[in-house]
Write a protein that binds this ligand. Structure first.
Ligand code: PA5
Length: 472
């Protein structure tokens, strides 16, 4: 494949002065190549995996790797009836029916859609008129907490807009839960369904306004049947929650927002191809793992994703979950930390520059801004002393901040890397998500940790349920 790829530049993390050289990194080539083969060689059907894979490697949710190719092949064979075709069709139906969509889900069932919306939609998208939004519905996220006031706030907003033009007052629910039994999602669905029933006032079937994304069986699947949902989508077997952004879990909300979901999937396929073919040193996935892993061994147990474009902040939150839930096991796993700059230079830079030497900074940089560059410009009132910078633009100033911050960290022997996205679009985001998911799995195997499953999360649920069931 000859498509343009995002780039990874680890220069700021390498050098004799830092104590990590390219020669040190190349010593990891053989183990990394072995892990790559192991990951790519899993082509057993799921039922067979369950029988032949040792318990230490269960669950083995590797299906996210080949899922983009499966989606695309089905799309080429039968556009309308394939999964992608059905998602695009359902999104169009909703766009013609409602002006607001409430997405209910938590963890892997919501982080990806939030990242996609914030990255790809215009800033302040929900504030725009329907015409300015190109007819695409506003989108809100709930069910990702047990926050009474946030829930009430959204219910109030939906009710407040319940009069006037019928399309503008209409709203729908997309409810996403792989297990179909997560308490936060289930409670919010019950509450929002109650409000939806009042809003739809029996005119049409509620099933038109609720789109579930869940497993083949389970409580949510049963409820979807009872509601008569006209569009429903499956979370594919063998795709874990935090690895599901490029399945119906992320693609249904993305399509409703009018994003090019085919390009997202193609981006992931391009990254898969690169991961398979490229030699270690020039392999984005393997080099990213090697550098971060070797720095962790040298004490960099905090992995800062330093983001230089506000719209990618939720990509950072998505990655926080991916890394923390996948590798935070058996007393291991780096601590992920998302920062957005230059904002956080004014809150965290002091500690990053002079605090504990326990961090590596992976900059996430977008090479091309979406909109025209804003110029500082001249003013008759130069009390702010900015006329000296009158010809400069905001992107030029940002570029100076990135380079200046990297230089400052280097001058104190602190490691940085640069992940470059040529621009923010669905194709490059598809690459980025797939790169980070593959990297997390490779690193898990390198550490001897199963990156899938999250047994530790069950503990709080057990105690919480005991408390709820015993409370008066
Ligand atoms: O990564 C995971 O598997 C989790 O974060 C889940 O996505 C999260 O717990 C929500 O689960 P469910 O989709 O079953 O409601």
């Amino acid at each position: 494949m000859s498509e343009i790829l995002m780039r990874f530049d680890p220069t700021g993390a390498l050098g004799a002065d830092l104590g990590l050289t390219r020669e040190d990194v190349s010593r990891l080539d053989a183990p990394l190549a072995e892990v790559r083969s192991e990951i790519l060689d899993v082509d057993l059907p799921l039922w067979e995996q369950k029988q032949t894979i040792p318990p230490s490697k269960q669950p083995l949710d590797t299906a996210f790797i080949e899922w983009p190719a499966e989606l695309m092949s089905a799309y080429h064979q039968d556009r309308l009836n394939s999964e992608l075709g059905r998602i695009i069709g359902a999104a169009k139906r909703l766009r013609d029916l409602v002006d607001r969509v409430v997405v209910l889900g938590i963890g892997g069932s919501s982080a990806g859609a939030m990242a996609l919306m914030n990255a790809c939609c215009q800033p302040y998208f929900n504030e725009l008129t329907r015409a300015e939004r190109g007819g695409r519905p506003r989108m809100y996220f709930e069910g990702n907490n047990l926050d009474n006031d946030s829930m009430q706030g959204l219910l109030h907003l939906l009710q407040h807009n319940a009069s006037g033009d019928s399309l503008e007052k209409n709203w729908a629910i997309v409810v996403i839960s792989k297990s179909g039994g997560t308490i936060e999602t289930a409670v919010s669905l019950r509450v929002f369904l109650r409000a939806l029933r009042q809003n739809a006032s029996g005119s049409e079937s509620l099933g038109q306004y609720v789109v579930p994304v869940t497993g083949t069986t389970g409580k949510l699947a049963d409820l979807a049947t009872a509601l008569g949902c006209v569009d429903r989508f499956l979370v594919p077997e063998g795709v874990g929650g935090r690895f599901s952004i490029l399945s119906s879990v992320g693609l249904v909300p993305a399509a409703i927002l009018g994003l090019d979901i085919v390009a997202l999937v193609q981006g992931a396929m391009a990254m898969n191809e690169h991961f398979r073919q490229a030699p270690c040193e020039s392999n984005l996935v393997l080099d990213f793992v090697a550098i971060n892993h070797l720095w962790e061994q040298r004490g960099a147990s905090t992995r800062v994703l330093s983001i230089w474009n506000k719209s990618l902040e939720y990509v950072g939150f998505w990655y926080d979950q991916l890394l923390a839930e996948s590798l935070g096991k058996a007393g291991q796993g780096a601590l992920p930390l998302t920062t957005v700059n230059t904002r956080d230079l004014h809150s965290r830079a002091q500690q990053h520059q002079e605090g504990r030497r326990d961090k590596i900074f992976n900059n996430l940089i977008v090479d091309q801004w979406r909109f025209d560059a804003v110029r500082v410009g001249t003013s008759d009132q130069d009390q702010d002393d900015l006329n000296r910078l009158a010809q400069r633009t905001v992107p030029q100033m940002m570029d100076a901040a990135i380079r200046g911050t990297n230089q400052a960290l280097r001058s104190d022997r602190r490691p940085t890397t640069n992940i470059h996205l040529p621009k923010i679009d669905e194709f490059f985001l598809g690459q980025l998500f797939q790169m980070l998911m593959l990297a997390t799995v490779v690193e898990g195997r390198l550490l001897g940790i199963n990156p899938y499953g999250q047994p530790g999360v069950e503990k709080y649920k057990k105690f919480m349920n005991e408390i709820l069931n015993s409370a008066e």
